[in-house]
Design a protein around this ligand. Structure first.
Ligand code: AOF
Ligand code: ZN
Length: 343
């Protein structure tokens, strides 16, 4: 199962919103086939693992290990349980039940009814971590939320305006290896969210450049429609959702849609509801302070990555404060990376 989890991690960037499942087939303690979920809409992990087996006659005595219950429904692809039964695979070991109501135990029932031996709940905690985004969508009806920010050694997310004006924008707190981590996270989450001030101050692209993978869907907060049309986030290069108070009369660029929020009420829950409806299973909240605090105050976050750089600002925009279970603290050259989980 550990190997299956490892495989599942390989498909994370491209499978979403499908869960990136890992699967292996074993005979006499030897792996005879491996696979993970193909890019969205493509074959499932079990199909790829079975396809990888050279001598298909071995399947009749194989054990299939899979991080998520095999599907039993016709979606974009046919049911994996049918394929497992066609090959008379006698034993299936499962990490987690599939929370998708179209499956939700039906896969296990179908396998058992065909005489297959089924064991489930193996390395359930690790499989829960692998499928955290998919599980959040179905169980919490909101995306899995990861917060990220970088702060100076003395706890500021940005220096004061005068100091910012003297420096090239954006003002980097972290080193380039830390920034590469951020690009990797962007490739693994379905969406990235920032507030108006971050867009106006930094003119970010919010794409994946220092890592390999698809760009996340850009989510922007722009209550009064203040983001100028020549800013990168409005270049139409990537799907973009803009939350405003009143949708503008004019259409946005290509792949850009506007959604209305009630800005007089707390925003985090409203945003979560919209993202859930858009079938967005995960979001990386990259700032600024006010936007991060919107989620922190509502308790709507799951993990946080906080970089502490080496510079001292003395004053500026205060970084949020956050309490959570500390998963790890590591150094990235001279930067410190703190990883928290909301327990
Ligand atoms: C599996 N193995 O590798 C994955 C599964 O539209 P489809 O056919 O791609 O089905 C998507 C659903 O299948 C998805 O919502 C989830 O319930 C399950 N994902 N199941 O047996 C896999 N990715
Ligand atoms: Zn399947």
């Amino acid at each position: 199962m550990r190997r299956a989890i490892q495989l599942g991690k390989s498909g994370l960037a491209l499978a979403a919103p499908n869960p990136s499942v890992g699967c292996i087939l074993v005979v006499n303690e030897t792996i005879i086939g491996e696979g993970f979920t193909s890019p969205f809409g493509g074959p499932h992990a079990e199909v790829n693992a079975i396809k990888a087996v050279k001598d298909k006659s071995l399947l009749a005595k194989a054990t299939l290990y899979v991080t998520l219950e095999p599907c039993s429904h016709f979606g974009k692809t046919p049911p994996c349980v049918d394929l497992i039964m066609t090959h008379d695979i006698p034993r299936v070991v499962i990490g987690l039940l599939d929370p998708n109501p179209k499956v939700a135990g039906n896969g296990i029932r179908a396998l058992k009814a065909s005489g297959c031996e089924v064991v489930s709940g193996v390395l359930a905690a690790e499989c829960t971590r692998l499928h955290k985004r998919f599980l959040s969508h179905f169980q919490k009806k909101r995306p899995y939320i990861t917060l990220k920010w970088a702060e100076s050694l003395d706890g500021y997310i940005a220096p004061e305006k005068e100091a910012r004006a003297k420096n090239p924008t954006p003002f980097w707190i972290t080193n380039r290896y830390s920034r590469q981590y951020v690009h990797r996270w962007r490739s693994e989450e379905m969406a990235i969210l920032v507030g108006t001030n971050t867009v106006l101050e930094d003119n970010p692209k919010l794409t994946v450049r220092d890592w390999v993978g698809p760009p996340p869907i850009r989510i922007l907060l722009d209550r009064y429609g203040r983001i100028p049309s020549d800013h990168h986030v409005l270049d139409g290069s990537t799907r973009t959702i803009i939350f405003t108070e009143n949708s503008p009369a004019q259409k946005g660029p290509k792949d850009t849609v506007f959604e209305e929020l009630d800005f007089s009420k707390p925003l985090a829950q409203q945003i979560c509801t919209h993202l859930y409806q858009h079938n967005i299973h995960s979001v990386l909240v990259e700032g600024g302070s006010k936007t991060l605090e919107t989620f922190i105050d509502a308790g709507l976050w799951d993990e946080a990555f906080i970089f502490k750089g080496v510079s001292i600002f003395k004053n500026g925009i205060k970084a949020p404060t956050l309490a959570g279970e500390r998963i790890s603290t590591q150094s990235v050259l001279k930067d410190i990376l703190i990883h928290l989980r909301n327990d």
